[in-house]
Design a protein around this ligand. Sequence first.
Ligand code: PHE
Length: 440
Amino acid sequence: MKSFSSKIGVLLAAAGSAVGLGSIWKFPYTVGENGGGAFIILYIACSLIFGLPLVMNEFLIGKLSRKSAYGAYRTLDGTNRWQWLAWTTMFSVLLILSFYFVVTGWCIYYMVQAASNTFSGMNAAALTTFFNTFEKDAFVTILYAIIAIVLTASVLWFDVNKGIERLSKILMPILFIMLIAMAIHMVFIDGGTTGLRFLLQPDFSKITPQVILEAMGLSFFTLSIGLGILITYGGYMPKDQNVTSTSVQMIILVIIVSLLAGIIVFPAVFAYGFSPKEGPELTFITLPEVFQQMFSPALTSTAFFFLMCVAAITSTISMMEVMVAFVCEATAKTRHPLGRHQSVVVVSLILVAANILCILSTTGHADCLTIMGHNLFDNANTLVTDFLIPLGAFATAVFTGWFVPKALYQGRGAAIYLILLRWIIPIAIFIVFLNSMKII
Ligand code: PHE
């Protein structure tokens, strides 16, 4: 991630970071919980209307300051007033990774099980029981989360980002093609139309203030907005790179992958007797059933879970890299500056601890971590998606709209861009937020 040879390199790396569990795991179950088609329209609208200026904005902050989130606000604003935002976004990234690695661990476990043909012959009920038993097994889930952390940390430790990037240039398109093939297959299965109708026929009575907040949070999560991650990528952009077209391409790719995941999961949900409101396990219980109806189930499902692991790990690499850079920079001027390798170790240990807490809280081994009736996994997931990411997006928009003396964007549509950042986006996020808290 440190240097990019070409413009396409930045696009692919940013897309590798953005396309991940958000699209393949979080999107389907959030759509299921929020009633289908109408929610998807909101998701796409948020991604295009708010997502585009916000993605461009973060890229531009990085491109013009040539810094990561830690130094960028200070460089552009000339004061320390916005350092709280850098710290808040780092806290959000830490929270995301404390459940993201748990789910990456699930992917690795499912890949291993697929390769051993465990799912063969299991029906919907058996697959649900299988997942629930696995999820409650603290030892195995912790083990696989730690494997995910160690894999990501090794990439950062050995500085093999370039190699991973080259590898993902081949693997991500394969994942994309596989998603398309599976989606086409699912459109034609017996009983699949109910699922498609659920996705494509909007029922606007399902839209509540909370649903709008969820759609916005999910859109920002899948686009990696509001966390300072895209600022880092902007910092690597060549001077003449067109920020608008890079952002548009990235956003369209993320929307397509999310929709494909929906088209794969929902026909299966309705045809094989799962519940669309299943929650975070939805993708994991439906996919093995999907593969059983396909050509060579063991092989295709192993390949798919492998590619899902790659998509997850390219995202965890980008988030952990930013945390490591943050620790290096934040300690640089203290009495105990931490080098890169030391930072990798410190960040990994923090993440192992955070993931273990999250898992113990889910498996029922640490009920003291249950807050407001929810375990740590659910609370971290909700806090990040419904609060911290919108807050990060709100603050970054206000920052560039009002506090950066020089307009960041001067191309075509600059006036609209500025109006969006100064007024429309902050006010909209604020209203959505107050509305969902039932304050207005
Ligand atoms: N967008 C990623 C996903 O959908 C998650 C992510 C968020 C990655 C923020 C980097 C930064 O899985």
